[in-house]
Ligand binder design. Structure first.
Ligand SMILES: *Cc1c(COP(=O)(O)O)cnc(C)c1O
Length: 387
């Protein structure tokens, strides 16, 4: 077979305003281009300890067990479930979108006894409904929910949901993939037990890493398992041989080869978040969201989610019947270099998702998006007065 002769891949310049990945800062890209060293090199080990401290800041937690899994957010989700659930354990999954539905599927595959609490897409999970479901299922071991549902742009009240779950003695698994770095999240104050996120949304790093943090109660539950975790790769007890449990001194042994340069990138992205400050980052996301909503209203467009439950970092826009949403996204990408997201599931074809995550959340990007959207709508004959 002849060797293919191909030019190097040259990605086009884009502004990433979809549901992830978000724009990666040149500082992060530069960090990732630094020389690869060994994953057991003492200098790399020092960097990993710093990375843990930076993650504890981002999550607002003192949890010893805080680190990054070597795969995208989905492995964070799966790792939390396979470690906390044993076959036969009752688990309530609160589902109000695509990611809640995935949690439910993972519980089934773990052999857990699934109790599905479904909420209409576009609405937050209702704490009273959870309370009733818990009362009817007093032997529930785990309650799981998504803090920021990326498929709809809805924020659920993680603090209150966790409180309800703990009152009935259940542990809490919380998906913070789209919330970390973008909206207030306090893992310790809200008492979230097993929490996972991803590198490429609010943290504006490249995709492929999943920060996680586990409370002492979650660690205890994992220690008391009767059966070993069915996944070798995701077994926290084994992963800790490399990352350390944060309590005993770190003596790293080989588990799998850490994605070294990707971790340089996450370290730099987290350094940038710490430099800006969490509160400042949350405020920047909120300000960009308000700018976007005001502009969308001028264009005669409305959002799916009621204002109290809206995520600033993920805006689901209702597309008027007379407008072809796929053509809007195509025009934005081809003529303005801006990527926005399509609707998912029941919202496909009827909505657009505009992400303002991490470094993508700037007033300039919002203005460019509104300008591009206005032009793309006008090309389809949409005039704000016609709404
Ligand atoms: C993106 C996302 C995930 C999955 O993360 P990946 O990095 O794509 O694997 C999980 N949950 C939510 C809420 C997400 O938005």
């Amino acid at each position: 077979m002849p060797a293919p002769s191909l030019p190097a891949f040259a990605p086009p310049r884009r502004i990433l305003l979809g549901p992830g990945p978000s724009d990666v800062h040149p500082r992060v890209l530069a960090a990732m281009a630094r020389p690869t060293i060994g994953h057991l090199d003492p200098d790399f080990s020092d960097m990993l300890e710093q990375l843990k401290a930076l993650l504890r800041y981002a999550f607002q937690t003192d949890n010893a067990l805080t680190f990054a899994l070597s795969a995208p957010g989905m492995i964070g989700m799966e790792t939390c479930f396979v470690n906390l659930i044993e076959p036969g354990d009752k688990v309530i999954v609160c589902s109000n979108g695509v990611f809640g539905a995935r949690m439910a599927e993972i519980v089934r595959r773990c052999g857990g006894e699934l109790v599905l609490l479904e909420t209409e897409w576009g609405k937050p999970v209702d704490a009273q409904q959870l309370e009733l479901t818990l009362r009817a299922n007093a032997d529930t071991r785990v309650v799981a929910f998504v803090h920021a549902e990326t498929s709809t742009g809805v924020r659920s009240d993680a603090r209150v949901l966790a409180e309800v779950a703990h009152r009935q003695g259940a542990l809490v698994i919380c998906d913070t993939v789209t919330s970390l770095g973008s909206i207030p999240l306090y893992v310790d104050d809200w008492q979230l037990d097993a929490v996972y996120s991803a590198s490429q949304k609010g943290l504006s790093c490249t995709p492929g890493l999943s920060p996680v943090t586990f409370s002492a109660a979650a660690v205890e539950r994992i220690r008391q398992r009767k059966q070993p975790v069915q996944s070798w790769f995701m077994d926290i007890n084994l992963i800790l041989s490399y990352w350390g449990d944060g309590v005993s001194g770190v003596k790293r042994t080989y588990h799998h080869t850490a994605p070294i340069n990707a971790l340089y990138g996450l370290h730099e992205a987290l350094r940038m978040l710490a430099e800006e400050g969490l509160q400042a980052s949350w405020q920047r996301h909120q300000a960009c969201h308000e700018q976007l909503v005001a502009g969308l209203e001028r264009l005669g467009l409305h959002l799916l989610v009621a204002s109290a439950a809206r995520l600033p970092q993920l805006n689901t826009v209702l597309v008027p019947d007379s407008v072809d949403e796929a053509r809007l996204r195509h025009d934005l990408l081809s003529q303005h270099g801006i990527e926005i997201g399509a609707g998912l599931g029941v919202l496909a074809g009827k909505t657009l998702r505009i992400g303002l995550m991490g470094g993508s959340a700037t007033p300039q990007n919002v203005a460019a998006c509104l300008h591009g959207l206005g032009a793309a709508l006008a090309a389809q004959g949409w005039a704000p007065a016609s709404c």
